[in-house]
Design a binder for this molecule. Structure first.
Ligand code: SF4
Ligand code: SF4
Length: 114
């Protein structure tokens, strides 16, 4: 956590939202395999690949059921990539592995590149 960053419990919505670098890296499909999250190269259909922005941000939770708002509990699941500022709020959170580390058979089954 940055030195000038307020404690999690006292953060305003603006401070919380302001941590996001709008990189879009968390908006790619994920696979939960053996209690480990794997990040795929398949972008959410609502991610603008040019701007890296969500095209339905205000309605995202109702329009895409897999899209859940970030919270310490969600961060602790290990869904956020290395370098995402939110990960510093939950130091115990792991980072997703690459889908390339999944077993080849499972990659084929999921329609990911072999
Ligand atoms: S990976 Fe982190 S910084 Fe990037 S868009 Fe997702 S929440 Fe924001
Ligand atoms: S709906 Fe959710 S996962 Fe999809 S682009 Fe928007 S914020 Fe990302």
């Amino acid at each position: 956590m940055a030195i000038d960053q307020p404690p999690l419990a006292s953060m305003t919505v603006e401070q919380w939202e302001g941590l996001c670098q709008r990189c879009g890296r968390c908006c790619y499909g994920k696979v939960d395999y053996n209690d480990q999250i794997y990040l795929t190269a398949v972008p959410c259909e609502f991610l603008d690949l040019h701007s890296r922005q969500c095209t339905i941000y205000e309605q995202r939770c109702s329009m895409k059921k897999e899209c859940v708002p970030l919270s310490p509990e969600v961060i602790a699941l290990g869904v956020l990539p290395e370098g995402c500022p939110y990960r510093a709020l939950v130091p115990s959170a792991s980072a997703p592995r690459s889908w390339r580390e999944l077993p080849p058979g499972l990659r084929r089954q999921l329609g990911l590149a072999p």
